[in-house]
Design a binder for this molecule. Structure first.
Ligand code: ZN
Length: 283
């Protein structure tokens, strides 16, 4: 199943996405996707019955709706740095023995189609295509062998980065969390449709040119290991997002560097997950 969140006048509505239509879930008792995720298998059964047996929910034409991030306010947005060997190399770093972990604030999130706004205060805005894991059942000290019980699904994140701010100190977060610097979506694809997240082509094009092209098989720290590692430190909660890092080809590593500029369009495609497109505009 695929889920989106529709931006309506003054509120958001979760919806099931089919080939032709989006089916609103609010009248089925789900105010948001967090409540679907928390409801797990029971919620998915209820939604399947509701959607396909009339009257069902309100229908929307995908061409006419505006999308919010699929989870507008996740409990956490956890980001993994330098998780692809080729990206670590282009960054002038050794392949790490433990992952670099940082966060983005929910205020950075935007949906598919919404503009990434380049702040006047940033001179080195960059892009990063990433597979994002959406946590289902929460937990602490989760073992690697049980990882699948804790994954609700997958989506796409663009880990937009202000390199001048990111590299001003050893702590990256300030450069990662400007408003609009976390495009996410368009949809969350449930885990049953992607049994193995480590075999997906991932591509980013900037204004039509391929800048990043790799496969999630090249990750250094894989999803089961990341879930075990992170949950040794803090409780993973339903709806938490883990952005799993970006492959080679980012703007700062190019000669000359290729920074995002007003008028660009960033398009991230991940096999089986979807395509996330955002225009770039100046503040
Ligand atoms: Zn990243």
């Amino acid at each position: 199943m695929r889920f989106v969140t529709i931006q309506r006048e003054g509120y958001t509505e979760p919806a099931l996405l089919n080939d032709q239509e989006m089916i609103g879930l609010q009248r089925n008792g789900f105010p948001d996707l967090l409540s679907v995720i928390a409801g797990a298998g029971d919620a998915l059964d209820r939604i399947a019955r509701w959607a396909y047996h009339p009257p069902g929910g309100e229908r929307f034409d995908p061409a006419l709706v505006r999308l919010a991030p699929p989870i507008p306010r996740p409990p956490k947005i956890i980001c993994i740095g330098l998780n692809y060997r080729d990206h670590a190399a282009e960054s002038g770093q050794q392949a790490p023995e433990v992952p670099t972990v940082f966060a983005k604030f929910p205020t950075a999130l935007i949906g598919h189609g919404r503009p990434i706004v380049l702040p006047k205060a940033c001179t080195q805005p960059d892009y990063e295509a990433e597979l994002a894991v959406v946590i289902g059942k929460g937990g602490r000290n989760i073992t690697e062998e049980h990882w699948q019980k804790h994954v609700f699904g997958y989506t796409i994140i663009n880990d937009v980065s202000a390199r001048d701010w990111q590299n001003a100190t050893s702590q990256w977060m300030i450069g990662k969390t400007f408003d609009t610097f976390a495009p996410m979506g368009p949809a969350i694809v449930t885990a049953d449709e992607i049994p193995d997240p480590h075999n997906l082509d991932i591509t980013l094009t900037l204004s039509g040119s391929v800048m990043q092209h790799s496969n999630t098989s090249n990750m250094i720290f894989r999803v089961p290991w990341l879930i075990a590692y992170l949950s040794r430190v803090f409780t993973l909660e339903p709806g938490d997002i883990i952005a799993t890092g970006t492959p080679a080809g980012v703007g700062f590593a190019r000669k000359p560097p290729r920074w995002l500029k007003s008028g660009d369009e960033c398009r991230i495609t991940i096999q089986r997950v979807g395509e996330l497109v955002n225009p770039i505009i100046a503040e």
